[in-house]
Design a protein around this ligand. Structure first.
Ligand SMILES: Cc1ncc(COP(=O)(O)O)c(C=O)c1O
Length: 460
């Protein structure tokens, strides 16, 4: 053991840490980063900027998939965590009333308004989805769960049961029986399923993020809520990406004027520093699980109310509110989409720029012209995500901008910077995207990149 520790402690150089990660964590992830030419090592991260060991400055337009709403390493959140550690308080006794959890639950309920006055704390978004499945079953006595096709809800077995894409499911079944997809935005299909009265919950993202930043018609969620109430099914909003001011208000539910029975939060709740999630729910739903003294601990999670996680949550809410980051996200998000739409208008492969708050997507389409079409189809044959992935690579390598393709829609490039992003950084992003999209339309160099990528993938 001592020998092994020495090996680990003394091999702190970047290549050797890559090797250790490959040997002991996930070799394919290191391979993939190398193939994509994105294997950077970061020394310092602040606000919307990442600084590499090699001296590059990268502008973050991914935010760890909507984790860093408050910006990387916000000084106030870091200070709160240091203070919490210095306090030497009860981090996790599992045998007292955790005061920080009481405070954070109160702050979340106050911001959620209405009837969402109880909170269950988790350590991840998937665990929040699992919680919603269990609580809605307990509350309704039904076992079925409805979800909207194309959504992303997490990769634990219950959450995975709510994702229709075979890519995520293959090899992991059997999953939950009774989970059923309906098309996002279709009230007719939803009502047909609700009318069976088999479903405990309809779990849906208010704006489908990984499905390609799909913003529903403004009346969809309100009508879905009415239907759910009518047929006795709970409406659960997965706001793991859309919540915490990402789409402008504290919850996207507030923007759409809905009052769900449960809301799942995670990702941005701790300023990107400590794992934490929260499921907000009505008293009635909570009481149907904790309905007697015997059942006081029937659903718990060891790290759920951890003192550091709770303190990070309190500090993060304070920062998001004090700095007016919701209003900032609304104003600058609109500005971003306006600038993108204008800059990308001349290009035939750009289908649409859309989004809400600081959650935006650029959708691409197959080109109509023969020359581009041949190259595009060749790309698509190598891998369906190849075209967008080369865009991502070029943005990263040539312009120092980190972004990604949507996980369930390879034709949409996602733009989700920290909410502290500045007007200048928005301008920098738009200029870089325009340059890379122009390259795709005007230069063979863009298209020969795919061949290089395919060759690297075969070699590694
Ligand atoms: C909308 C949504 N729900 C749930 C999850 C799962 O969260 P986690 O990865 O923290 O388990 C994700 C993760 O990306 C998500 O985007």
């Amino acid at each position: 053991m001592q020998k092994f520790q020495n090996v680990c402690m003394h091999s702190g150089t970047v290549p050797s840490l890559d090797r250790l990660y490959s040997e002991h964590v996930n070799p394919q992830w290191v391979r993939l980063l190398n193939v994509l030419d994105m294997n950077e090592h970061y020394e310092r991260c602040a606000g919307s900027e990442l600084f590499t060991v090699g001296g590059r400055r990268i502008l973050d337009f991914l935010s760890g998939y909507c984790v860093h709403n408050a910006g990387h390493n916000h000084p106030a959140i870091v200070a709160a965590l240091k203070d919490e550690l210095d306090r030497s308080g009860p981090a996790m006794l599992q045998s007292h009333v955790p005061e920080r959890a009481a405070e954070l639950a109160c702050e979340l309920s106050r911001r959620a308004c209405g009837s969402l006055q109880r909170v269950f704390f988790t350590s991840s978004g998937s665990e929040g989805v699992e919680t919603a499945i269990k609580f809605s079953r307990a509350h309704t006595g039904r076992s079925g769960i409805l979800y909207a096709a194309g959504g992303f809800h997490g990769l634990t077995c219950g959450a995975l049961s709510l994702m229709s894409d075979p890519f995520w499911r293959q090899g992991f079944g059997p999953l939950l029986p009774g989970a059923k997809a309906v098309p996002f935005g279709s009230l007719g299909d939803l009502e047909c399923e609700l009318a069976t009265r088999k479903h405990a919950a309809f779990i849906v993202e208010p704006v489908q993020s990984e499905a390609g930043i799909r913003v529903p018609e403004s009346a969809y969620l309100r009508a879905a809520q009415e239907l759910c109430r009518h047929y006795g099914t709970l409406l659960v909003l997965d706001e793991v990406q859309t919540g915490l001011y990402r789409t402008g208000r504290f919850l996207a539910a507030h923007s759409f004027g809905v009052e769900p029975d449960m809301v799942i939060l995670a990702k941005a709740l701790s300023g990107g520093l400590i794992p934490v999630g929260a499921v907000l729910m009505t008293e009635a739903v909570s009481d149907s699980v904790y309905r007697s003294l015997r059942r006081a601990l029937v659903h718990t999670s060891t790290f759920g109310e951890n003192g550091l996680a709770m303190r990070a949550g309190l500090a993060t809410l304070d920062v998001l509110e004090r700095e007016g980051l919701g209003d900032h996200a609304t104003a600058l998000g609109e500005e971003l989409r306006r600038q993108l739409a204008e800059a990308l208008a001349p290009f035939e492969m750009v289908k649409e720029v859309r989004g809400m708050g600081m959650l935006s997507g650029i959708e691409f389409a197959a080109p109509r012209g023969l020359k581009l079409r041949v190259a595009f189809e060749a790309f698509r044959k190598i891998h369906p995500a190849m075209f967008s992935q080369v865009l991502v690579m070029r943005l990263f390598r040539d312009h120092g901008i980190l972004t990604q393709v949507c996980g369930n829609n390879f034709m949409v490039l996602k733009a989700a910077p920290p909410l502290v992003v500045t007007r200048e950084q928005i301008g920098e992003f738009v200029g870089a995207v325009r340059a890379v999209v122009a390259l795709a339309h005007e230069s063979g160099a863009f298209w020969s990149e795919a061949l290089g990528l395919a060759r690297r993938a075969a070699k590694w």
